[in-house]
Design a protein around this ligand. Structure first.
Ligand code: CUA
Length: 345
């Protein structure tokens, strides 16, 4: 890297891929623009009018030439579109083995919550080489989570989960910004990402998490808020069985289906009547205003821990909670549309 840095440091898989794409675009578009400008200037000089009453010779054109200058750019730029679209889909879809981390934006800090119970503010520790998926929400206004060295940026919205993922390639310390003006101290809503070698990361991980895993916090809340009084883990009760719910397709009373992912569970807790499960009465009260974003996240982690885990494995003791792709498609447990598990009302 030379002293005049055109781009931020590159420390993720996307960073090198996007930089390559960016430079190819710059060179290609630069070459086209330069070529057109040069031809305009050349033609103006070469074919300018010499005599006052001069008429240009009539030219009927050349089909092959016209076809060539139409088809060649078409192929080149459709190719660029295809390449860009592939990068976009890669960035939008987290791999199934990604480490799950929750992020809550708040005026003016980033709260980070790990599945094993660790928490931090304005810093994020991640292992190098491992995919990390962030599920993010805001407890007030719109923020935007931005790590320039990883080339990722995602709006963080109140009342909704957004996701972003990355795979760090180089150990180090990288800037973390809020990239959406969110009030007086927006410029102070910054922090650091620490990309660590896996062994070092495990070390760091073992130092924290005194309070137990996120799912165990969720389990306590599940009893504290009385969810357990109705949601028994069998199919007898008046409330849907939450075991093996996460990631499954749920048939609703309206006849529609929905994937039981984090956004669905969040909505079901806050607006229980929005998507009532087929075969159940809309009995559940709303928990709007009673739960913090952290508590909702813990409840989701608990319901996720009830299965089914991706690939049918038991969750490891630390780090990765049992998980399936929250997008549902292609995730374990979402393959059979007929297999409908009652969700939360
Ligand atoms: Cu948060 Cu700007």
């Amino acid at each position: 890297m030379n002293s005049m840095q055109l781009l931020p440091e590159s420390a993720s898989v996307f960073a090198s891929q996007l930089d390559l794409f960016f430079w190819v675009m710059v060179v290609l578009c630069g070459a086209v623009a330069t070529g057109i400008a040069a031809f305009v200037i050349y033609s103006a000089v070469r074919y300018h009018r010499v005599r006052e009453n001069e008429l240009p010779p009539q030219n009927q054109g050349d089909l092959r030439l016209e076809a060539a200058w139409t088809i060649t750019p078409l192929i080149i730029f459709i190719g660029m579109f295809g390449w860009g679209a592939k990068l976009y889909f890669d960035i939008e879809r987290a791999p199934n083995d990604a480490l799950d981390v929750w992020v809550i934006g708040k005026q003016w800090m980033w709260k980070v919550q790990y599945a094993d119970g660790q928490r931090e503010i304005n810093s994020l520790h991640v292992p190098v080489g491992q995919a990390v998926k962030l599920t993010m929400t805001s407890q007030d206004v719109i923020h935007s989570f931005f790590i320039p060295a990883f080339r990722i940026k995602q709006d963080v919205l109140p009342g909704r989960y957004t996701e972003i993922w990355f795979r760090a390639t180089k150990p180090g310390q990288y800037h973390l910004f809020c990239a959406e003006y969110c009030g007086t101290k927006h410029s102070g809503m910054i922090g650091w990402v620490y990309a660590m070698e896996p062994a070092e990361y495990r070390n760091w991980q073992q130092q924290g998490a005194a309070e137990g895993s996120l799912a165990s916090t969720g389990e306590k809340l599940f009893h504290q808020f009385g969810c357990a009084n109705c949601h028994h883990f069998d199919d007898q009760g008046q409330c849907p069985n939450l075991r093996n719910l996460y990631g499954r397709t749920v048939l609703l009373a309206s006849g529609d289906t929905v994937i039981a992912d984090a956004p669905y569970i969040r909505e079901s807790v806050l607006e229980p009547k929005a998507k009532v499960v087929a075969g159940f009465e809309p009995l559940m009260p709303t928990f709007q205003g009673m739960l913090t974003e952290e508590q909702i996240i813990a409840l989701i982690a608990y319901i996720r821990s009830l299965g089914p885990p991706a690939g049918g494995e038991t969750p490891a003791s630390s780090g990765s909670a049992p998980r399936t792709g929250t997008k549902g498609i292609g995730a374990a447990g979402s393959t059979s549309i007929n297999e409908t598990v009652p969700g939360k009302k």
